[in-house]
Ligand binder design. Structure first.
Ligand code: SF4
Length: 378
């Protein structure tokens, strides 16, 4: 299985089992202070010929897996063969197709940071080709920038929906203009609203991403209030939160080092999340599925599940200080996923032992160590 095709570096957590097709390379903006993903890389539109070739190659890999299934006596069912390939994939592209087939072959994600910047007719052609080549696919999604979505005519977005584009993932990050400006996001709150509303009105599902902690200690209140305000105006289908990480070699890292940006600690960021949820009045699915989030159990449908979501925060805040400290360390070590895991005495003991070591004899682990643990995951 020597076939291969080009892949970009990232996809949203919810697209972990999607077929990945790289429609463009890197990010056309590439200036956000907190973002390391495409730093040093130049944005490029890929030619239609290249994209079509990759789709054809993905099909060849799929066909090969089906052929192996017939030859191995599985009657064309792909799960077993895909599972075997996942244990020892020859390359990333084959791994991606095997994982996608293993999960049912239902969805595709167009990389990289802003596929919407493509000519609308060309993007629509890619989407139609994907649908025609893989009839099992029932969802095609992509990342987009608000600014680009704001510039697209509604007709163009409708054309993309009709071609088969199911959802756009947009990095809102914040709805507070001074913070957007400080982070060099290249978009205003008004543009976020216009871009988001365009997508919603076109009938394409919209997922907006918020970065908890982005305001640091200086702007966290305004960040939450204005982010909720902007989201209330957009009313996206999904609001997904992830927690700020500060990667080496980003401009924000330098700001932290020189003291211009002071990061909030886990418990402060959780209080920020509380205020965000309290101020949200739109109808949306709220999802906290990112590994960086302290409490991944905060999820539900707004507005009806607001009480339940806030209750998860209450539950954490009502813990004894030593339990909260234990949970933070366990969570950042990947030992805990949910608050319920605290009642697992074996796991708790392991966390206590590690916390003792990290705290150099005491059990208090400082924020810097917690950040390092969290950033080790991604
Ligand atoms: S627009 Fe997105 S991908 Fe581009 S630099 Fe900003 S956060 Fe990174």
């Amino acid at each position: 299985m020597a076939y291969s095709f080009e892949l970009g570096p990232i996809r949203p957590p919810s697209e972990a089992h999607s077929l990945l097709i790289r429609a463009t390379r890197n990010c056309p903006w590439n200036r956000c202070k907190f973002c390391h993903t495409y730093k040093g890389e130049r944005f490029q539109l890929r030619s239609m010929a290249e994209i079509k070739q990759d789709i054809e190659t993905a099909k060849l890999i799929q066909d090969k897996i089906k052929e192996l299934s017939w030859k191995s006596g599985y009657g064309g069912a792909v799960k077993q063969i895909a599972g075997m390939i996942l244990n020892n994939p020859p390359n990333e592209a084959v791994y991606n197709v095997a994982l996608w087939l293993y999960a049912g072959g239902k969805s595709a994600f167009l990389q990289d940071a802003n596929s919407l910047i493509m000519r609308t007719n060309e993007l629509a052609e890619v989407i139609r080709l994907l649908r025609a080549t893989f009839p099992s696919i029932n969802r095609i999604t992509s990342y987009a920038r608000s600014k680009t979505a704001a510039k697209k005519k509604l007709d163009e977005l409708v054309e993309l929906r009709e071609a088969g584009l199911s959802r756009l993932h947009i990095g809102l990050e914040s709805g507070y203009d001074p913070l957007l400006q400080y982070m060099d996001k290249g978009v205003t709150a008004a543009e976020h609203i216009k871009g988001g509303r365009n997508v919603v009105e076109s009938g394409i599902s919209l997922c907006e991403y918020v970065i908890l902690g982005l305001g640091g200690k200086g702007m966290w209140r305004e960040h939450t209030i204005h982010t909720a305000r902007v989201l209330n105006e957009i009313a996206p289908d999904f609001i997904r939160v992830r927690t700020l990480v500060v990667r080496n070699k980003t401009p924000l890292y330098d700001e932290v080092q020189n003291g211009n940006f002071v990061r909030g600690a886990d418990e402060e960021i959780l209080e920020e999340e509380r205020r965000l949820i309290e101020h949200l009045e739109c109808q949306a699915n709220y999802v906290s599925d990112h590994i960086t989030n302290l409490l991944q159990e905060i999820k539900g449908k707004l507005p009806q599940d607001k009480g339940k979501m806030l209750a998860s925060i209450d539950r954490f805040q009502a813990l004894l200080p030593e339990e909260r400290a234990n949970f933070r360390v366990g969570r950042r070590l990947g030992i805990y996923r949910h608050l319920d895991d605290l009642s697992d005495s074996r796991r708790r003991q392991v966390v206590e032992q590690v916390a003792h070591k990290l705290g150099q004899g005491g059990n208090q682990v400082d924020d810097k160590t917690i950040y390092t643990l969290m950033e080790g995951f991604i």
